[in-house]
Design a protein around this ligand. Sequence first.
Ligand code: HGY
Ligand code: MN
Ligand code: MN
Length: 416
Amino acid sequence: MPAPSDNMKINADRLWDSLMEMAKIGPGIAGGNNRQTLTDADSEGRHLFRKWCEDAGMTMGVDTMGNMFARREGTDPDALPVYVGSHLDTQPTGGKYDGVLGVLGGLEIIRSLNDLGVRTQHPIIVVNWTNEEGTRFAPAMLASGVFAGVLAEDWAKDRVDADGKRFGDELKRIGWEGDEPVGARKMHALFELHIEQGPILEAEDKLIGVVTHGQGLRWVQCTVTGKGQHTGSTPMRMRRNAGRGLAQITELTHEIAMQHQPNAVGAIGHIDVYPNSRNIIPEKAVFTVDFRSHELDTLNGMVAELLEKAPAICEALGCEFEAEIVGQFDPPAFDETCVSAVRSAAERLGYSHMDIISGAGHDACWINRVAPTAMVMCPCVDGLSHNEAEEISREWAAAGANVLMHAVVETAGVEG
Ligand code: HGY
Ligand code: MN
Ligand code: MN
């Protein structure tokens, strides 16, 4: 396909204004966002996105997992569409750009192609994937995982949040359960624009990350069970303190990841202690170990070491230990043709760029299993993300969206 002309650019101010408008929905308490999946705020953001897509002349489809697909017709209606998008749901203390830049960057491509009067051969579809974050309903990338056929829809709809609310019920409650069978759509290719969520691009002074691979992920949910007893009157020798199991396994998680530097990370972000009373020795601790690496053997080795050592730690404390894998995907390698389209777009546009491995998980990591897929990354300030202070510049947003547009248009084919 002929490459688009290098002066084809998006409207940077309109993209930025849309990002700021969406950020008003589900505001956080420190300038970011709390627009968690399947909440009323998520629904409000979905309605705004649908309105913007319809204003841009697109038609909206929604599948049975709530994934949204806004379609711009191509000159060949039978050609498989090129998909572009990400997610609108956020962390509880999320930023304004994680996921949102990829969805609204996709919308901006359509708005700009309309302005330029450019038609593509393949249709283009802008996607909002449901529950990418996995913070309210584990695991992350839940709906794109069902779409890719790696997670069962019934299992996904039975996932419950901390209040015991069921995914399927909440999707119905907010009115976003569509009628399209999830996964029925076939793709020519998919591109996702995302902030890096790490410090590399900014430190290397690069505008664009050409994402060749992603890290794999394992979420090991651990339960340590001891005995709830009075913190004052129970002799130390009689205690079975689940909190000590949590503390020692937290340190073990860090030590295991440190053994595999620089190619591994590990931490425990989710922690629930029961009954969580100031004067009761913790009876139970439930927490999730998050291990990541782009090396599959390293990833599996870290999990194996955790599951070998954690039971002995708990036994020595007089506690029981249970573990369940509640989220996982292997390290993805993205499609070389799509990756080259991203790289040549950055070169054509004269943007500094570098190949990069994605540290975070993304919907593209699952879709990569059913369609040729690649990602475009832009820097974020201090590499900070999953924090309300997440920040990018207008220039970074525009550069990422311009590369995304060139890669998408080149892959979709420019008519005329
Ligand atoms: O966990 C992740 O990597 C993604 O941000 N959901
Ligand atoms: Mn994201
Ligand atoms: Mn995220």
